[in-house]
Design a protein around this ligand. Sequence first.
Ligand SMILES: [Mg+2]
Length: 239
Amino acid sequence: MSGASSNGHRLVLFDIDGTLLSAGRVARDAILRSLQASFGWSYTPDHEDRGKFDFSGKTDPQIVRELVLEDVGADRFEKGLPRALEIYLEELERQLLPGTVQPKPGIEALLERLAAEPRVTLGLLTGNLERGARLKLAPPAFNRYFPFGAFGSDSADRYLLPPIAVERAHAHCGRRFEGKSVVIVGDSVHDVACGRSLGVRAVAVATGITSVERLAAERPDAIFESFADTERAFSAIVE
Ligand SMILES: [Mg+2]
């Protein structure tokens, strides 16, 4: 089995929004425009009140579903979803201008450190559609760190994404990662919970909209205010 097992190696899977970067209101605005164009659906303050605008930890198809399903009905939703996501990606591409993407504190140094470590394989684990993910990662030139990943375009259910990422890691580098050799890094309670459901390690970072206290309640293996301290973050991730 030598060379094929995960012994000593780590598969480190990064969430994007709130963890690697912030795209400000660009993604939210792109979604709202796409829903207007595809379903004639418009945002009202009532939607905000119902908590539908907490997108963190959700997949793009799930976000669209939660926003419009009640208002447009299941039939129109199913029929309109592909077009809505297509318009969303076009809007995202149009609106992601230089300066709209802010990398999170310390993340670039941490990615450099992890990429230079031979025992680490890096991947993405994100609710973004793959094309949307690649668009967001392009301005800070982060795509080069992530040759593969599992995306919202693979499944609308975030909890089904980790096994897909593990399969792609195997296809990419020939290693079978399992259990604690897989590390999920994210800023939402869903990142931590979807890690726990698989017995993998979860490292939480409070650089998104979720507080340290709220993340701590999900009992991640490690938790950070930010990744500003590269060595401390690196040690917790590859532990
Ligand atoms: Mg996130």
